[in-house]
Design a protein around this ligand. Structure first.
Ligand SMILES: [Zn+2]
Ligand SMILES: [Zn+2]
Length: 337
């Protein structure tokens, strides 16, 4: 056959393969999440499909590297951006599909990480909050929301600061945990109460919002377990049914969990007091849920947030919020594609 004809045949058949695949994707893709251009091939990706830590500040390298290996199922990418092209990087960039490595009731039932959860468990897991907040609802899942793949690009300032004018956090992604899952603040979106939303959290204390963005408002107990932190199994038996849940042991104050948009790290929950990585007493937590001292990843000390015991429910509450209204530093930006 004429070589030109061969090329024609190859072209036509590859076009068919592309269009058939596209059609199939369209039919099976969720109605929310990133329906196309998911992952590091997204044209908006800054890192592309590689990790480049060469321009990450030396003091941040150990901590930022943890983004590249904490999630055993879905990879994240980390790099820097010189947004004003002046030859020096301005942002540390983390790119994530926002899917956890742990099981969830909120994966599609056909997903390998789907696991059934009895939401009545939350009545006992969050018993202190239930009492103090006067919750009298019937716990159940967050509507029909399911975890959907996203493409999230988080940009953190390369030199995190103590902002002279503090910025409010928002009702969306305010940071990323080391497994790439979004951190949300201590509030539900207007119209909802977080003290009611608690009862829609899955076995790992997360839930997806209405476009499938899975997130943690509180202590992410399964991530803590997966990072090698200390958790305990708790259970109660009511009318012959045993409800089991994972609980934070209360000794994860030195465990790095992720970063907020301002570039300051988030560590595990503490009360008002804990010791630093050298065993020394630390300054008390400020009104942004943070303070400055040496940590395992930042031996010279760094400002950092702690997931902190909530005021609601008092000190016996098992609820821990990640933030308190405002960022300590100047936030970078986040885009969800
Ligand atoms: Zn939420
Ligand atoms: Zn601390």
């Amino acid at each position: 056959m004429n070589p030109c004809l061969w090329i024609g045949v190859i072209l036509v058949s590859s076009l068919c393969i592309v269009s058939c695949a596209r059609k199939k994707n369209k039919e099976t893709a969720p109605s929310y999440g990133c329906n196309s251009n998911c992952g590091c091939t997204n044209p908006n990706s800054i890192c592309g499909c590689t990790n480049d830590l060469s321009n990450i500040p030396a003091s941040y390298k150990t901590a930022i590297t943890k983004y590249t290996n904490a999630n055993t199922n879905y990879s994240l990418h980390v790099c820097t951006q010189d947004s004003d092209s002046d030859g020096s990087p301005d942002y540390m960039v983390v790119e994530s599909s926002n899917r956890p490595e742990h099981k969830s009731h909120y994966f599609e039932t056909t997903h390998a990480l789907y696991e059934l959860f009895d939401f009545l468990t939350n009545l006992y897991k969050y018993a202190a909050t239930k009492t103090s907040a006067g919750y009298s609802g019937a716990p159940g899942p967050a509507g029909h929301n399911k975890i959907a793949e996203q493409f999230i690009v988080m940009k953190m300032p390369i030199s995190p600061d103590n902002a002279s004018s503090k910025t409010n956090t928002t009702y969306s992604t305010i940071g990323l945990a080391l497994n790439g899952v979004s951190f949300f603040n201590e509030n539900a979106a207007p119209g909802d109460q977080i003290t009611n939303e608690l009862f829609t959290f899955d076995q790992c204390s997360g839930h997806p919002q209405n476009s499938g963005v899975y997130h943690y408002h509180v202590d992410p107990v399964c991530l803590i377990r997966d990072l090698g932190g200390s958790v305990t199994d708790n259970s109660t038996t009511v009318n012959g049914t045993t409800y089991r849940w994972i609980e934070d042991s209360g000794s994860n104050g030195n465990l790095l969990l992720g970063f907020l948009l301002d570039g300051h790290p988030v560590y595990g929950p503490v009360g008002d007091n804990h010791t630093d990585s050298n065993g020394n007493a630390t300054p008390s937590i400020d009104s942004y849920n943070g303070h400055f001292h040496a940590t395992t990843e930042f031996s010279s000390g760094t400002y950092h947030y702690h997931v902190k015991t909530a005021n609601i429910g008092g000190t016996s509450s098992s609820v821990f919020w990640i933030t308190n209204e405002k960022y300590f530093g100047t936030p970078g930006s986040v885009r969800i594609y």
